[in-house]
Design a protein around this ligand. Structure first.
Ligand code: IK2
Length: 419
C-alpha cells in the first residue's frame, strides 16, 4: 500500500482568492487596484538607508541576532514603549519576523493548541483561519455588521454586537484575533470597542492577537489605539505590525511581534524552529528609518504624517469616482482599502463562473478580464458561514499612483455610460 504522503496539518487549505486573482492580474495586465501594495516607491530616506546598509561592510551581509537585529529591536522597544507608555525590553519582548504574516504564524502556533477556540472578528485577513486550523484550533466567528439604518457610509457604522461577542467566549476560548485598522473594511476600532473586547478577554482569561499593520494610516481624525495599552491587556496581547506597510515597502517582508517576555518565549521557539532569522540588511534599514521617525514624531516631516495625508487624498478621489458610477463605497476610517456595494450593477455573469461560488468572485473575475480593472472579492475575508451574506461587496486598494487611480476611473466611467 502506498505510504500516506500528506501530513494532517496540511488538510485545511483555504480557498484563497490571492492565487487566482494575482495570477489573473499577471495574465490580463489590468489596472490593478487588487492586492494591497503601493505602486509608488518607498520614501527616499528608507531607500537610502537600504543602500547604506548594503554598502555597510561584510557584517551587513551575514547572519545577525536570531530574534531581531540589535539596532532594530532597540528602536522598536523605544518607539512602541513611548506609544504604549511602558518600558519594553528589546531583547525579551520584541521579535522580528518575515513580515507580519510570520509574526501571526508564530503567535498562533506558539499559543494555540489542539481543541482551543479562537474568535475571529469578520471580516478578517484571510490567513488567520488556516493558521488557526493548522495549529489544531477551532475558529469561532463573530461579524462586524452595519448598524441598521446607517445607510453604511462609513466603516465606523460597522460594529460588533456586544451580546453576540460575549456569547462566543466559552471555557475553550484561548484567544481572539482583531485587526485595526481593518483589512478590508477600513474600520478603526474606537477605545470603547477595544475596551469591550478587553473586558471579555480579562473576564475569561483569553489572549488577544492584535494585527495592527495599518497602524499609521488613519483618516478624518480617527486615532489608532493599541489594545495592549489598555489596563490589564499588556500581559495577554501580542501586538503585530509590518515594516512593509509602515514604509510602503511590502516586498521587504519584514514585521514584528511585541508581547510580554512570558508570552514571547513561546513565539521565539516557533521562530527558531522555522525561519530562525530575517535578512540583516533590511533590518538595518528599517532600524534607521524608525530612528528617523522617532526623532520626527508628530512633526510635518514625519513619514507617519505624510503618508496618511497623501492617502487621504487618494481615498477621497476613489470614493467620489465610485459614488459617481453607482458603486456605493463604505468610507474607510483607516488602512489601504475601500469596499463598495455592487448590488446595483446590472451585468449578465451567467457565463462567467460557477453557480456555487459567491457572486463577488464571479464579478471580480469578469471586471478583470472584460474591463481591465483588478479588485478583490470581499467574501474571501469572511467565514464560509457568512461569505454569501457579504458577497455584494468588492475591495479596491487606493494606495496607488494618481495616474493608476485615474485609469481606474476612466474604466469605470466608460463602463457606467454603457450600462
Ligand atoms: N495583516 C494584514 C491585515 C494585512 O493586510 C497584511 C498584508 N496584506 O495584505 C495584502 C492584501 O490584503 O492585499 C498582513 C497582515 C501581512 O503583512 P506582511 O506583508 O508584513 O507580512
Amino acid at each position: 500500500m502506498a505510504r500516506q504522503l500528506q501530513a494532517r496539518r496540511t488538510a485545511h487549505p483555504s480557498k484563497t482568492a490571492w492565487l487566482e486573482f494575482t495570477q489573473l492580474a499577471t495574465d490580463y495586465n489590468p489596472v490593478n487596484l487588487g492586492q494591497g501594495f503601493p505602486d509608488f516607491s518607498p520614501p527616499k530616506f528608507i531607500q537610502e538607508a537600504l543602500c547604506k546598509a548594503v554598502n555597510g561592510g561584510h557584517q551587513m551581509h551575514q547572519y545577525t541576532r536570531a530574534f531581531g537585529h540589535a539596532p532594530l529591536v532597540h528602536i522598536l522597544a523605544k518607539f512602541f514603549g513611548r506609544i504604549m507608555g511602558r518600558e519594553i525590553d528589546p531583547l525579551e519582548e520584541v521579535l522580528v519576523t518575515a513580515g507580519a504574516y510570520q509574526a501571526l504564524f508564530c503567535a498562533i502556533q506558539a499559543l494555540i493548541d489542539e481543541g482551543d477556540e479562537v474568535i475571529l472578528v469578520e471580516p478578517f485577513f484571510d490567513c488567520y483561519r488556516p493558521m488557526v486550523k493548522m495549529a489544531g484550533g477551532k475558529p469561532v466567528y463573530v461579524c462586524l455588521r452595519p448598524v441598521e439604518g446607517s445607510g453604511v457610509l462609513s466603516s465606523g457604522d460597522w460594529v460588533l454586537c456586544a451580546e453576540e461577542l460575549a456569547s462566543k467566549f466559552t471555557p475553550c476560548t484561548k484567544a481572539i484575533i482583531i485587526n485595526s485598522p481593518n483589512n478590508p473594511l477600513g474600520k478603526v476600532f474606537k477605545t470603547e470597542e477595544l475596551q469591550m473586547i478587553a473586558d471579555l478577554c480579562i473576564k475569561h482569561d483569553v489572549l488577544c492577537i492584535s494585527d495592527e499593520v495599518y497602524e499609521w494610516l488613519t483618516y478624518d481624525g480617527n486615532k489608532h489605539v493599541k489594545i495592549a495599552s489598555l489596563p490589564g491587556m499588556w500581559e495577554r496581547t501580542v501586538t503585530i505590525s509590518s515594516a512593509g506597510k509602515t514604509f510602503s515597502a511590502t516586498g521587504w517582508k519584514l514585521g514584528w511581534a511585541i508581547t510580554s517576555a512570558h508570552n514571547m518565549k513561546y513565539l521565539k521557539i516557533i521562530h527558531q524552529g522555522s525561519v530562525y532569522q530575517c535578512p540583516t540588511v533590511t533590518q538595518e534599514a528599517v532600524a534607521r528609518g524608525l530612528e528617523r521617525e522617532y526623532e520626527l514624531f508628530g512633526t510635518p516631516e514625519s513619514y507617519f504624517q505624510q503618508l496618511p495625508a497623501m492617502l487621504h487624498r487618494k481615498r477621497q478621489k476613489l470614493a467620489s469616482c465610485l459614488g459617481s458610477v453607482g458603486l456605493q463605497p463604505v468610507m474607510p476610517e483607516g488602512g489601504y482599502f475601500m469596499i463598495a456595494d455592487i448590488s446595483s450593477v446590472k451585468v449578465d455573469l451567467s457565463d462567467q463562473g460557477n453557480e456555487d461560488e459567491p457572486k463577488d468572485f464571479t464579478f471580480v473575475r469578469w471586471l478583470t478580464k472584460e474591463k481591465g480593472l483588478a479588485t478583490i472579492p470581499v467574501s474571501t475575508f469572511f467565514s464560509p458561514e457568512h461569505s454569501r451574506e457579504f458577497s455584494k461587496y468588492i475591495r479596491f486598494c487606493f494606495v496607488k499612483e494618481d495616474s493608476t487611480l485615474k485609469a481606474a476611473e476612466d474604466i469605470l466611467r466608460k463602463w457606467s455610460q454603457t450600462q
